[in-house]
Design a protein around this ligand. Structure first.
Ligand code: A3P
Length: 311
């Protein structure tokens, strides 16, 4: 934990068996009691599994490929419910009293409450931490969960924590934290498997990053069908191009350039890099030692055993 020396960090809490930044405590009641609408779409995931990719896909489908509106920052079009537990702008204010960030950065929960349905909500909250409306089945928004190979997820998360959260340890250290579930929203398998159990509910769709890489058009059709907003072949083709890695990397509305610039401007983070990093499947083979791969494989086997999860 001491490796996360960012100014964002004032410690951690464990809630429902998952690790969160301490600010979760302050906002928990608000998340629990959030009013949900049946018209909303929830994009749920463990960090670094293709959330942004899925958000842009879902938003575009829900909004019939409105590329003009799509120029607005994705953080506004598809809000990150618990952003404020990770990104606490009050820390920035201390040294920069004139800093006046947009509302979605100030208080993500209050921002979400100002939005009208259908909201394309992004959350990394584990199932057990979702609003009571959803857990009690009082409201049934469409739920999409995206998952990714945990080895690739771990590498992506390592770079993310260096880029966004001031992590100062090396990759091996990060892997150990990841395996131990000691990263934000961890442990990984508890997160994934609880959602996996819900996958056959009619309002639920479970996606894999690897399937999106293999045949994006197919996944777009599947998601469009699920959202009851089927697309013409022509639109599927246009959206497939729009969602390519290169296109998203160069799209300022989705590539987190604004947040990276803020981090740099306020000298919160020394590390340089891009949110849209490499977008590959199997990238772990290039950077993980054989021993670490073995550790991960054992850990995967142990966690998946006794479930019907298909890797
Ligand atoms: P890498 O760090 O492996 O490149 P999230 O949005 O959940 O934080 O996930 C981020 C990961 O998704 C990053 O992985 C990012 O590059 C990848 N990603 C984002 N858009 C993508 C796209 N259009 N195609 C492939 N990968 C994408």
């Amino acid at each position: 934990e001491e490796k996360f020396t960012s100014t964002f960090r004032k410690g951690y809490v464990t809630i429902n068996g998952h690790m969160f930044p301490k600010r979760y405590e302050e906002l928990k009641e608000g998340f629990d009691n959030l009013e949900v609408s049946d018209e909303d779409v929830w994009i749920c995931s463990f960090p670094k599994t293709g959330t942004t990719w899925t958000q842009e896909m879902v938003w575009m489908i829900v909004n019939n490929l409105d590329f003009k509106e799509g120029e607005i920052n994705l953080g506004i079009r598809s809000p990150f419910l618990e952003l404020s537990i990770i990104f606490d702008y009050r820390d920035m204010l201390k040294n920069n009293p004139n800093f006046d960030p947009p509302m979605f950065l100030q208080n993500s929960l209050e921002f979400v409450k100002t939005l009208k349905s259908p909201i394309c909500m992004k959350t990394h909250l584990p199932y057990e931490c979702l609003p009571k409306d959803i857990q009690a089945g009082r409201k049934n928004p469409k739920m999409i969960y995206v998952v990714r190979d945990p080895k690739d997820t771990c590498i992506s998360y390592f770079h993310h924590c260096k880029l966004m959260e001031g992590f100062r340890g090396d990759f091996e250290e990060f892997c150990e934290l990841f395996l131990a579930g000691k990263v934000n929203f961890g442990p990984f398998w508890k997160h994934v498997l609880t959602y996996w159990e819900k996958r056959n509910s009619p309002n639920f769709l479970f996606l894999k990053y690897e399937d999106m890489k293999k045949d994006l058009s197919k996944v777009i059709r599947q998601v469009a069908q699920f959202l009851e907003r089927p697309l013409s072949d022509e639109k599927v083709e246009i959206l497939t191009k729009h969602l390519s890695f290169e296109s998203m990397k160069n799209n300022p509305a989705v590539n987190y350039g604004m947040v990276c610039d803020l981090n740099k401007k306020f000298k919160l983070i020394e590390h340089d890099g891009a949110f849209m990093r490499s977008g590959k499947v199997g990238g772990h083979k290039e950077v993980m030692s054989e021993e670490m791969i073995r550790k991960f494989d054992d850990w995967i086997k142990r966690n998946v055993e006794g479930t019907d999860y298909v890797i």
